[in-house]
Design a protein. Structure first.
Length: 240
């Protein structure tokens, strides 16, 4: 049995119906890494979230357009925060805390990486461009998602450096928020040249890693990003 990877999803409201949805690129990247993807719909009962954790060997917290609610890190929203999804926040924070408790392998992408930080007590920039001076470009909206846009510097002696066997990467970037104060279980493992936090990991856990970019959109055109999914699925396999 391949490692079962739970992939968080969201509700997509169309004019006549709501759909459970997530980018196929996460599913494809997990399949390419030898995992068995299992899409997890948002549920509000913590007992059901517990049930999901019994089924999976690794947890992938995905991206999304909704901001993690600033209320969850003690702030009120600035005007640039336009879209929230409190049920998704509650579900994913619950999953994340329980995964950390159990040392279940955990990969957070973009919003998922931010969720991991908030779940463990950290804070976010609600909007980099208004709250942080000298921020470079992080949200080029007119580019295909597999375009490499900015560099990140990877810290030495980290899981991330080992995974990519590199000190610098070119990555895509689709965010206007970012991790601000890093929650204690994590350390920063990659920065953009403007100092924006682009990755973090928990050194005390088997595999608990967040990235601010979107590796799942790069795995076909830039196969080195498969290293991340292979390492995650492999850690999920050895934990079972
Ligand atoms: Mn970026």
């Amino acid at each position: 049995m391949p490692p079962v990877i739970g992939i968080s999803s969201f509700k997509d409201s169309k004019p006549h119906k709501d759909y459970v949805t997530v980018s196929q690129n996460y599913v494809r990247s997990i399949l390419m890494a030898g995992g068995l993807p299992l899409v997890l719909p948002v549920v509000t009962d913590p007992i059901l979230a517990e049930g999901y954790l019994e089924l999976i060997d690794g947890l992938l917290l995905t991206g999304g357009d909704e901001a993690v609610s600033p209320l969850l890190y003690g702030e009120n929203p600035i005007p640039e925060v336009q879209l929230l999804y409190p049920e998704r926040d509650a579900f994913e924070i619950d999953l994340c805390r329980k995964a950390m408790e159990r040392d279940l392998p955990l990969l957070g992408v973009c919003r998922g990486h931010q969720t991991m930080n908030v779940a463990m007590g950290g804070t976010l920039y609600q909007d980099l461009f208004t709250q942080r001076p000298n921020t470079l470009g992080h949200l080029p909206v007119k580019m295909p998602v597999d375009t490499l846009y900015h560099t990140v510097e990877i810290e030495e002696d980290t899981l991330l450096a080992e995974i990519f066997n590199a000190g610098e990467l070119h990555v895509n970037s689709y965010h206007h928020q970012a991790v601000r104060d890093v929650a204690p279980p994590f350390r920063v493992t990659a920065l953009a040249t403007d100092g924006v936090i682009e990755a973090m990991e928990a050194p005390d856990k088997t595999f608990a890693l967040g990235v601010q970019w979107h590796p799942e959109d790069l795995t076909v055109k830039h196969p080195q990003f498969m290293n991340l999914f292979k390492a995650f699925v492999s850690a999920s396999g050895s934990a079972t």
